[in-house]
Design a protein around this ligand. Structure first.
Ligand SMILES: *[C@@H]1O[C@H](CO)[C@@H](O)[C@H](O)[C@H]1NC(C)=O
Ligand SMILES: *[C@@H]1O[C@H](CO)[C@@H](O)[C@H](O)[C@H]1NC(C)=O
Ligand SMILES: *[C@@H]1O[C@H](CO)[C@@H](O)[C@H](O)[C@H]1NC(C)=O
Ligand SMILES: *[C@@H]1O[C@H](CO)[C@@H](O)[C@H](O)[C@H]1NC(C)=O
Length: 269
């Protein structure tokens, strides 16, 4: 009987020392959040993390060749409390701010040896629960564009054209607004999904705003194209997104960060 209780006590003391003493040094790594910056050299990623009990950790990660990272070690709060860490990660590019409010960690009861690795990259946010160098993170979330309709000089709407053809295929893009601005690009398909982005503001009331984009490609000596009405608004709006994607099987579309759907067939010129 005595021995039986002792065993329990020993187990309890061991676990306490390891994980439950919030103000004591955690002998062993209890739980860990890792934020990595896998952008191109020099790009800054801002990180602001907060736990549901008010602890906060912030960092400014500058991308470098050996993959900069920021680590938060913590112990879960004792039962019956849950533990949650929210991290706002953001970066600036071409005068625009992109961000995501991550639920970086959440547990309904105390656990240990948990790891959550979040990685910021050009094409979105990647994730893995393993620290093994061999584990491959997967793409999980797109960046969000921060609202910025504060001044007239700030462009808040966005058209994105993507080339999802096979490697090497060229997609020509010629866009024109109803007020004469034009944007053109020559997108060469690559493994990581080439894209062309431009920003604009709607014209103030009572004008409408329209963007027409001619997208085309050549295959077997034939030219395929579509004259897209890429954007149209009868009144001034902000934070509008239109994503058009060229693929072998036609043109795909989405207005958000959701999965695009097939919308139009190619025309033969
Ligand atoms: C960013 O803003 C600055 C100042 O308004 C401007 O000079 C610059 O051209 C802008 N850069 C881009 C890529 O839009
Ligand atoms: C996270 O950061 C972005 C960019 O700075 C900001 O627009 C957004 O409101 C932030 N989210 C929260 C919950 O503070
Ligand atoms: C494309 O045109 C060239 C020159 O007229 C011709 O030699 C070639 O066979 C054509 N290719 C196809 C796939 O039709
Ligand atoms: C769009 O491009 C195709 C292929 O180059 C061309 O045949 C068509 O006339 C263009 N449409 C307009 C409105 O210019």
């Amino acid at each position: 009987m005595f021995i039986h209780n002792m065993k329990h006590l020993i187990v309890f003391v061991f676990i306490s020392a390891m994980c439950f003493g919030l103000n004591e040094a955690c002998n062993k790594i209890c739980n860990r959040i890792v934020i990595r910056n896998w952008f191109d050299h020099g790009q800054v990623l801002l990180v602001k993390c907060k736990s549901n009990w008010g602890r906060s950790e912030t960092s400014r990660l500058v991308a470098s060749d050996d993959g900069t990272s920021f680590v938060v070690d913590f112990t879960d709060y004792p039962w019956p409390f849950h533990t949650r860490w929210d991290c706002n990660i953001s970066y600036r590019h071409d005068n625009h701010t992109y961000y995501y409010d991550l639920e970086a960690y959440h547990s309904n009861y105390p656990r240990h040896d948990q790891i959550r690795v979040w990685i910021g990259k050009d094409d979105g946010i990647w994730f893995t629960r393993s620290y093994e160098p061999s584990s491959s993170p997967v793409w999980v979330l797109p960046w969000k564009l921060a609202a910025m309709c504060f001044g007239l000089n700030e462009a808040c709407n966005r058209i994105v054209i993507r080339n999802w053809f096979d490697h090497g295929q060229v997609l020509l893009v010629k866009c024109k607004s109803n007020w004469g601005r034009s944007e053109t690009s020559r997108l060469v398909a690559s493994a990581d999904g080439t894209l062309f982005v431009f920003f604009f503001n709607d014209h103030p009331w009572p004008f409408h705003t329209r963007w027409d984009c001619n997208i085309s490609y050549r295959d077997d000596n034939h030219t395929y194209y579509y004259d897209l009405e890429a954007y149209h608004s009868n009144f001034q709006r902000c934070n509008q997104l239109r994503v058009w994607i060229g693929r072998d099987d036609g043109i795909w579309f989405t207005r958000s960060d959701d999965m695009p759907v097939w919308v139009l067939p190619w025309k033969l010129a």
